[in-house]
Design a protein around this ligand. Structure first.
Ligand code: GDP
Length: 645
């Protein structure tokens, strides 16, 4: 098929994906970015290595330098494939550098031997370091222009410069594109680099940060980028974030320049999309499967300030944030301090002007807008914080410290603390920075240590559970105080106040009852210490009323009379407590009289067999009305059964 620019040109027969397996079944494809000062020979080196001219757009030719990300590929002698992203060195094009570097596995820092390290060499080195790109090598180019002694001096210089960075152990390989000297050693070093670069991981949630988006005759809309964290297939529906509603379908895929049904993570990929214009998919758009990623405007980070800054990074500073091929202005909120000093790390929240689509552990590069310069980098700790953090609070600082360790139990506990009680699945790997099995193991370990507890499949932290208990007790106490005659709070009302889902509320209730700090009667919940309490004036009324019932136990006041005397609430409470027993809508007996009536009926029938209403009336010296009410009540209770009279 035709090659799509942006993905590398088509691989010839025996391409990496189908390389016959001697040793490894499938060869690696590794995306390598070039960095370095302008004119230090990056493009020349890529050309010498691959035979591909990365400066191929006419505009680039005219200006004589690389203006957009160039892509070239090469097969190493061992069968592995290098996909080279030739990032330009000119200050104006720093954006491209970041866009490319966000999607690379390894880096080549190009330094011309005749000039040695220059300002952009340092800035690019800083960016490689901030991105945590540990798999790098340094190509010391143009060695044909200097002598051996000079090379030794420059190498020494470079070593000192690399020492404090993650490139400290990177090999420095002298090379000349002009004479070809050292190219063999460079190839060998590249093979080594490829072998060490981390295997691209399939996490089942592919994402591709679009670095180019264009229309191609015969194809339509094409976007390119490095595919990460999962594979994409032709026919997949994809969402184009952060534009929430924008969806499309994959019509075709090119991975490393070859048409393919499926692109694997780690490959430079071109995606042919259906029914969407290139202008709707600007650089930085994230292509992913629906519902796996969510845009955010607020992010908690661990920030690292570069050592050579003239000023600390102060609270409220306006920065430009770079992530993959995306960028946005943002405000810095420094947590736990007034500022972050040069060369040190600190906790921060970034308030993003335009949303980014992030995952825990992602790296961000931070620059000052004017004059443009890189000031630091950040690692994403929480990409969906609930809101602005309090800047000076022990709990907030503890949270950042825990998340920064990346240690699963610490992270799970903290993530749970802001979502609890919730099901394990709601702690999503994309927010945690590790996968589901590690999460579940962490939950198990925390559970054994008593730091989290399971509520029938929902999890809560020890702290969250204690807080839920305090809150529940507070709500109950206030309710009981306000409604001393009501036996408890309706469960739904309490659930609403606790803002819990129904199934969670049910589990919480069972657990609380088990632990003994909540009691349940039907749909009413109450504090175990609560019993219906009367005020002293009500007490007086109750005493009088109950006195009247006791004075004539079997000819008691009617419901209507009792209500008139004590009020409906008090009467209701007396019935709920069992002091009075309602046998019909009109008739009440006091507790003791009711017991005697019941025992009397049982005795009569046991000793004399069937009885009549008149027997009942005479036995208790009561009226026909009361005898009938109580016997009908006992019938309903299935204590007695009526046969005729
Ligand atoms: P880039 O801006 O880093 O991509 O640099 P280029 O690859 O465009 O090279 C800049 C200039 O340096 C060009 O004129 C190249 O011909 C020259 N150049 C690159 N590599 C070498 C080398 O190894 N030896 C010599 N003598 N010149 C080189």
């Amino acid at each position: 098929g035709r090659a799509i620019p942006g993905a590398a040109p088509g691989l010839a027969a025996g391409a990496a994906r189908q390389a016959p397996g001697r040793g490894r079944a499938v060869s690696r494809i590794v995306v390598v970015g070039t960095a370095g000062h302008v004119d230090h020979g990056k493009s020349t080196l890529v050309r010498a290595l691959t035979g591909t001219d990365p400066d191929r757009l006419s505009e680039e030719k005219r200006r004589g330098m690389t203006i957009d990300l160039g892509f070239a590929w090469m097969r190493l002698p061992g069968g592995d494939v290098l996909s080279l992203v030739d990032v330009p060195g000119h200050e104006d094009f720093i954006r491209n550098m970041l866009a490319g570097a966000g999607g690379v596995d390894a880096g080549i820092l190009v330094v011309a031997a005749d000039e040695g390290p220059m300002p952009q060499t340092r800035e690019h080195l800083a960016i490689l370091d901030l991105l945590g790109l540990r798999h790098c090598l340094v190509a010391l180019t143009k060695t044909d222009l200097v002598d051996a002694e000079w090379i030794a001096l420059v190498t020494e210089d470079l070593r000192a410069m690399l020492a404090p960075t993650c490139l400290a152990d990177a090999p420095i390989v002298p090379v000349s594109a002009e004479t070809g000297a050292g190219l063999d050693r460079l190839l060998a070093a590249l093979e080594q680099l490829v072998r060490q670069a981390p295997e691209p991981v399939d996490r089942g949630r592919p994402r591709l940060s679009v670095d180019r988006s264009f229309s191609l005759a015969g194809f339509g809309t094409v976007v390119t980028g490095t595919l990460r964290d999962g594979g994409l297939r032709v026919g997949d529906t994809v969402s184009l974030l952060p534009q929430e509603q924008l969806r499309s379908r994959i019509r075709g895929l090119h991975a490393h320049g070859q048409a393919t049904e499926e692109a694997r993570p780690g490959s430079r990929t071109a995606i042919n999309l259906v029914g969407v214009e290139p202008t709707a998919i600007p650089r930085g758009t994230l292509v992913s499967l629906p519902d796996q990623y969510a845009p955010t405007r607020l992010v908690d980070v661990r920030l690292r300030a570069l050592a050579d800054l003239p000023h600390p990074l102060a609270h409220d500073l306006r920065l430009q944030v770079y992530h993959g091929a995306a960028e946005t202005p943002a405000f810095l909120r420094v947590i736990g301090a007034q500022a972050i000093d040069p060369g040190s790390e600190g906790d921060a929240q970034l308030r993003l002007e335009r949303p980014l689509v992030l995952a825990a552990g992602d790296r961000l590069v931070l620059r000052l807008p004017s004059p443009e310069r890189t000031v630091g980098g950040a690692r994403v700790l929480d990409c969906h914080p609930p809101g602005r953090r309090r800047r000076f609070a022990d709990a907030v600082s503890a949270r950042f410290a825990d998340l920064a360790t990346g240690e699963p139990t610490a992270v799970v506990w903290q993530m749970l603390a802001e979502r609890e009680p919730c099901a394990a699945e709601r702690l999503r790997p994309v927010d945690l920075g590790f996968e589901a099995p590690e999460r579940d193991l962490a939950l198990e370990q925390l559970s054994r240590a008593g730091r989290v507890l399971s509520l029938e499949g929902h999890w809560a932290t020890d702290r969250g559970w204690a807080r839920l208990r305090r809150l529940t007790e507070l709500i109950l106490r206030r309710y009981h105080d306000r409604h001393p005659l009501r036996p408890g709070v309706p469960m739904e009302e309490l659930r609403g106040q606790l803002r819990l889902a129904p199934e969670v509320m049910a589990a919480v209730t069972r657990r609380a009852v088990e632990e003994g700090w909540l009691q349940r009667e039907g749909e009413l919940l109450h504090d175990p210490r609560h019993s219906v309490r009367f005020s002293s004036s009500q007490d007086e009324v109750v005493k009088q009323l109950l006195g009247r019932f006791r004075a004539q136990p079997f000819a008691p006041p009617s419901v209507k009379e009792a209500e008139a005397e004590a009020g409906a609430r008090v009467l209701e409470a007396l019935v709920k407590q069992g002091d009075l027993v309602l046998v019909s809508p009109e008739v009440l007996f006091d507790r003791q009289a009711y017991g005697e009536l019941r025992q009397g009926v049982v005795d009569l029938i046991q000793t004399h067999g069937p009885m009549t209403l008149a027997d009942m009336r005479d036995r208790f010296n009561t009226s026909r009305k009361f005898a009938q009410a109580i016997l009908e009540h006992f019938d309903r209770q299935r204590l007695t059964r009526r046969i005729g009279d």
